[in-house]
Design a protein around this ligand. Structure first.
Ligand SMILES: Nc1ncnc2c1ncn2[C@@H]1O[C@H](COP(=O)(O)OP(=O)(O)OP(=O)(O)O)[C@@H](O)[C@H]1O
Length: 325
């Protein structure tokens, strides 16, 4: 089942195409990330789905219903932004209960639901606090509880952890993944952070200049990128003979081998299990190869040394990668 469909959506600001004929289907119960650089149209697409933005052309369906002409309030969505506007004069409990109160649900039901939500987001002990007495991460978790309270059909998150520091972001994305496994509400997450998308989402749509470049699982995108843009956005790349290669898909050899390019070793950086080898080719272009500690020990490279690289995998090319006898 498809929870959300955007069909042939166009959105211009003046002459500028923020969304250029975008179509996407979000499966029921999935956690889909909209990933792309700044200005690629991620937020615009999310806002079109939510109804905060009206597309020039195209349609939006939520749970099979055409919602293109409906206001955000009528779409059955929960929305969380980077800078979440909490009601400052209300306790955490009242913030979470707000949507249920205006829907005039029975008091006992509201109370039970709020208890359950505060438990789920790990704020059970904080219900009498005010938003100003919470950390940034706790405030975003309260925002999620509030968005979930009214049992939305879909949950839309626009860089919800964007304003938090790196460590908290990392904790919260693990938490979001677990929350999603528990609650199963179809979720769309806007992020410019490749690692966050790979870590949290089961599907990723990569946007670039108002278009969707590719949609797939994190693994599909990483292993079978549709084009150079997707490849370079999803992880480090090296350019070899005009083609993009992942640094860990480069074989470094001490002797000239077929298809290999001569390069000079600039630096060998030990990063624990991995070793990163910075290289420079004859044209002066820098590239980086990544290898294991064992492999690096075998190669025993030193700065300024000339070696040879070609695409491949050290594990399957042991004879090639091994030092010349
Ligand atoms: N109200 C507006 N008026 C004019 N241009 C806009 C408006 N909203 C967005 N844009 C432009 O549309 C483009 C896409 O914006 P959008 O916010 O969707 O990008 P994004 O991928 O979410 O980027 P970011 O990660 O920086 O938020 C940007 O170039 C932006 O400047």
């Amino acid at each position: 089942m498809t929870a959300i469909s955007a069909i042939d959506v166009n959105k211009h600001y003046g002459d500028f195409a923020a969304l250029d004929n975008v179509s996407i289907e979000i499966p029921d119960g999935s956690l889909t990330a909209l990933l792309g650089p700044s200005g690629s149209g991620k937020s615009t697409l999310l806002r079109v789905i939510s109804g905060l933005e009206v597309p020039d052309t195209g349609r939006v369906l939520i749970a099979g219903e055409d919602v293109t002409a409906l206001t955000p309030q009528k779409r059955g969505i929960g929305f969380v932004f980077q800078h979440y506007a909490a009601f400052k004069h209300m306790t955490v409990r009242d913030n979470v209960a707000f949507g249920l109160k205006i829907r005039k649900r029975p008091k006992a039901e509201i109370s039970a639901r709020v208890d359950e939500l505060l438990e789920i987001v790990g704020l059970a002990g904080f219900q009498r606090r005010y938003p100003s007495q919470l950390s940034g991460g706790q405030r975003q978790r309260m925002a999620l509880a509030r968005a979930l309270a009214v049992e939305p059909k879909v949950l839309l998150l626009d860089e919800p952890f964007g304003a938090l520091d790196a460590k908290v972001r990392e904790d919260l994305r693990t938490w979001l993944r677990r929350l999603h496994d528990e609650v199963h509400v179809t979720t769309v997450l806007v992020t410019h952070d490749q690692e966050e998308a790979m870590d949290v989402a089961d599907r990723i749509a990569v946007l670039n200049a108002g278009r969707i470049e590719q949609i797939g699982s994190p693994r599909e995108l990483y292993e079978e990128p549709a084009n150079d843009f997707v490849m370079s956005f999803l992880g480090p790349v090296a350019t070899l003979g005009g083609k993009l290669v992942r640094p860990h898909d480069l074989v470094v050899s001490l002797r000239q081998i077929e298809d290999a390019v001569p390069v000079t070793v600039e630096r060998v950086v030990h990063l624990g299990f991995e070793v990163r080898i910075s290289l420079r080719d004859a044209d002066g272009e820098e590239l980086s190869a990544q290898t294991t500690r064992g492999e690096a020990a075998r190669l025993d490279l030193s700065e300024g040394q000339q070696v040879f690289v070609r695409p491949g995998h050290p594990a399957f090319d042991a004879d090639v990668a091994a030092p010349a006898a």
